[in-house]
Ligand binder design. Structure first.
Ligand code: GLN
Ligand code: ZN
Length: 760
């Protein structure tokens, strides 16, 4: 009989209960006991939701991050928190979040948070394990054992979940540049002990996640896999090595031959691995297939899966397990929570709970035949057919517009140098022109006005008047500061993707579709379900109003197609590149409308361009090709005199600099303050030809940068990029800051520009 199991469940709660409990605890508004109780309640509820499964994940619950949990389980705490004598949970939060030096000078002297980075190609961020040559490991299984005991007491068919030793090492960072692999032997003894401890508790199966197997591994790391699992095979538990998110490719043989009892593979993203794997896998091993997509919110085509799965079930018999492709951490909890989502669109969707239901239907079909679930299968087929045929999804005009695209649409009329001369003559900017990235503080008044408007307590006219007043305020402040290129401040925008999605056909929004991003932070990605159309101009009125208040150039402000795509749940019925092209056409129309309205400078933010990079470097170019083409399509329809800006808030450009240059924006503003301008090296080596605004201060902290510091940074920048191509701006938008921080910071920034101009 086919075993049905799950790899992990979203821990944040259908109504983000964990988020609120954590934040209340951190603020000192509730007790440790209350937080622990919320954790226990959520675990119990989530296990109940999974009660129909044959094996249920235990240990996937986390108060902050599963990688940080693993670091604590392995006793690998950063040295800076070793001497902490307080509560272990508080120490855990110290590593997760840090403690500011100012506030904690008297007690603990403050402590830096662990570095955070993206979990593979998801929008989840983990705390990077820290290593050095002297790192030792000391097992502390208390968290896992407590959860296991809790599960057992509730009758849960528990399968503990761990991050595997090789993935754990691979994801960490050696702070002293020592060889991480030298730590493997001592790491493995901690893992052996852990597995023995679990065996002693009567655990039969342990799921060990090794998603690093879907990335390119050199021979040392492949060898580490063999070494690890040969050692762990002595433990008295059955190991299921789980991979997900991508294809195994070269690592297929390695995985198939690890001395473990079973393997889990992602049958969605790694679909092509399954055939060869079937032939390679020794016939005593369990093969768990991830057949329900754990990364999207669409209903699965159950009949189609069964067509493919039934012969495999025949062939594998007891050895076949089925599961979602990956942990359900990456999808919202419950579609039934949605009260306002359009009923038709809702009928096409499945969140975590609905995905588990789908899994059960598949399991029953395999066990008892399709007739046993014929109603469910028929309903599923009907929903999918309705989606395929829906006029909400398909707009022939959009298809035609996409088909009619030719290369000339993505091409500016003239080369950069000629455009730059024309723009300079028109804009008459001083050397080292100053600007900001778009948003000004989203004050409490702005947020109150927006929620009153959404709740129907404030009418549209009053809301618009309130936003106009905010725009006028930010223009006044910028003029007083003597900035050169102004922005309207984005007061009217809740979020840079949602704001545009709400105005485009083809997008839907959930109320509770939250997905954990890191710690207590969640995002609610909009749902891109249909062909994208722009019914009318989205920003022109606001920007024109802002421009009417000043004689200085006002930047039009848009979110780019790649970022719209990468921060949304996207369609599974067409390639991402096609959805991106449709978005690009909509943004292009907006760019041209802004130009027609007399806007001379237009910024198209691509904050998430890098996030879309595939897991394997060999696939990067294909992605960059269509991503850059989409940006060019959105931006390059303008006349030479119109200056296109783009903005990217991260600090790794070395490996994508050619693609960045290929975007051909007249000006790019980037985040650089924390890297002391070193990241401009990539631009220097590449001889990046256009203008650059390297961020001169970090907007994530309330600290006010001094004029002297900014001057120093810009001098460093000018060693790398000719001064006549440099702009001065903050690292990113200012929406999370207070006006009281923004004004002195920008005043120092403008003063620095003046000093630099005098010296030039
Ligand atoms: N224009 C946006 C802002 O200033 C850019 C935000 C971002 O890059 N994440 O808020
Ligand atoms: Zn940014």
């Amino acid at each position: 009989m086919t075993i049905v199991h799950n790899l992990g469940f979203p821990r944040i709660g259908a109504k983000r209960e964990l988020k609120f409990a954590l934040e209340s605890y951190w603020q000192g508004a509730s007790s440790r006991e209350a937080l622990l109780a919320t954790g226990a309640e959520l675990r119990q509820r989530h296990w109940q939701h999974q009660a129909g499964l044959d094996l249920v994940p235990v240990g996937d619950f986390s108060f902050y991050d599963q990688v940080l949990d693993m670091s604590f389980t392995l006793g690998n705490l950063p040295e800076r928190v070793h001497d902490f004598h307080g509560d272990a949970l508080d120490n855990y939060f110290r590593v997760a979040r840090g403690r500011s030096v100012e506030e904690h000078a008297a007690c603990c002297g403050g402590v830096a948070a662990g570095e955070m980075t993206k979990w593979f190609d998801t929008n989840y961020h983990y705390i990077v394990p820290e290593f050095s040559a002297g790192t030792g490991f000391q097992l502390d299984a208390s968290r896992l054992l407590a959860q296991l005991a809790e599960a057992k007491a509730q009758g849960v068919k528990a399968k503990p979940v761990l991050i595997g030793p090789v993935t754990y090492l691979a994801l960490g960072k050696a702070r002293d540049d020592s060889d991480k692999l030298a730590l493997l032997p001592s790491l493995l003894s901690a893992y052996s002990q852990l597995l023995d401890t679990l065996a002693a508790q009567g655990v039969e199966w342990v799921q060990i996640d090794e998603p690093v197997l879907v990335t390119e591994l050199d021979t040392d790391w492949q060898h580490a896999f063999n070494l690890s699992y040969h050692q762990l095979k002595a433990c008295r538990v059955k190991i299921l090595v789980a991979t997900y998110f991508g294809q195994l490719q070269d690592n297929l043989y390695l995985l198939a031959n690890l001395p473990v009892a079973g393997v889990h593979v992602d049958a969605i993203n790694g679909h092509d691995d399954i055939r060869p794997l079937l032939n390679l896998l020794p016939d005593h091993k369990v093969l768990s297939l991830g057949i329900i997509n754990g990364r999207n919110i669409w209903k699965t085509d159950l009949n189609q899966v069964l067509d493919w799965l039934e012969p495999l079930a025949e062939r594998l018999g007891e050895r076949l397990w089925i599961a979602p492709s990956c942990s359900l951490l990456h999808v919202p909890v419950d579609l039934d929570s949605e009260q306002t989502l359009d009923a038709e669109i809702k009928s096409w969707l499945a969140f975590a709970l609905q995905k588990l239901d789908e899994l059960q239907v598949l399991a029953r079909a395999l066990r008892e035949g399709r007739v046993a679930v014929k109603d469910e299968l028929a309903a599923n087929a009907a929903a999918l057919a309705a989606r395929r045929a829906s006029p909400r999804v398909h707009h022939p005009a959009v298809r035609q517009a996409v088909a009619a695209i030719d290369a000339s649409l993505g091409q500016r009329n003239s080369a950069y140098a000629q455009r730059a001369a024309e723009q300079a003559a028109l804009l008459k900017l001083p050397a080292y022109p100053t600007t900001t990235i778009g948003s000004f503080p989203q004050t409490a008044e702005i947020r109150q006005a927006r929620s009153a408007f959404k709740a129907g307590q404030l009418d549209k006219g009053a809301y618009q008047a309130a936003m106009r007043a905010e725009i006028a305020r930010s223009v006044r402040e910028q003029e007083a500061l003597e900035l050169d290129v102004l922005v309207h401040g984005e007061a009217e925008r809740n979020d840079m993707v949602e704001y545009f999605g709400e105005q485009l056909d083809g997008y839907a929004f959930s109320q509770f579709g939250w997905v954990q991003s890191y710690g207590s932070r969640c995002v609610k990605p909009p749902i891109l379900f249909g062909d994208i159309q722009r019914p009318k101009a989205m920003t022109v009125e606001w920007i024109s109003y802002a421009q009417s208040l000043t004689a200085k150039p006002m930047k039009g402000m848009l979110t780019g197609p790649v970022t719209m795509l990468n921060w949304s749940f996207v369609r599974d019925d067409q390639p991402r590149s096609v959805s991106c092209t449709q978005l690009a056409l909509a943004i292009r129309a907006e760019v041209l409308d802004l130009e027609r309205a007399g806007v001379q400078v237009i910024q198209i933010d691509e904050a998430a361009l890098r996030e879309g990079l595939p897991l394997r470097q060999s696939q990067w170019q294909a992605y960059l090709d269509w991503a850059v083409a989409s940006f060019r399509l959105s931006a390059n329809g303008v006349a030479d005199r119109t200056q296109i800006h783009t903005h990217m808030c991260y600090s790794e450009f070395n490996d994508i600099i050619a693609a960045i240059a290929d975007m051909d924006a007249d000006v790019i503003t980037i985040e650089t303050a924390r890297s002391a301008m070193e990241l401009l090296d990539a631009f220097e080596h590449f001889k990046y030809p256009n203008q650059i605004g390297p961020g001169v201060y970090d907007i994530h902290t309330p600290n006010i940068p001094s004029e002297r510091h900014i001057v120093q940074l810009m001098r460093k920048a000018a060693e790398r990029v000719p001064a006549e191509r440099l702009w001065i701006n903050p690292d990113c938008g200012l929406k999370t800051r207070q006006w009281a921080e923004v004004l002195p910071a920008l005043a120092n920034m403008v003063a620095a520009a003046k000093t630099l101009r005098l010296a030039a």
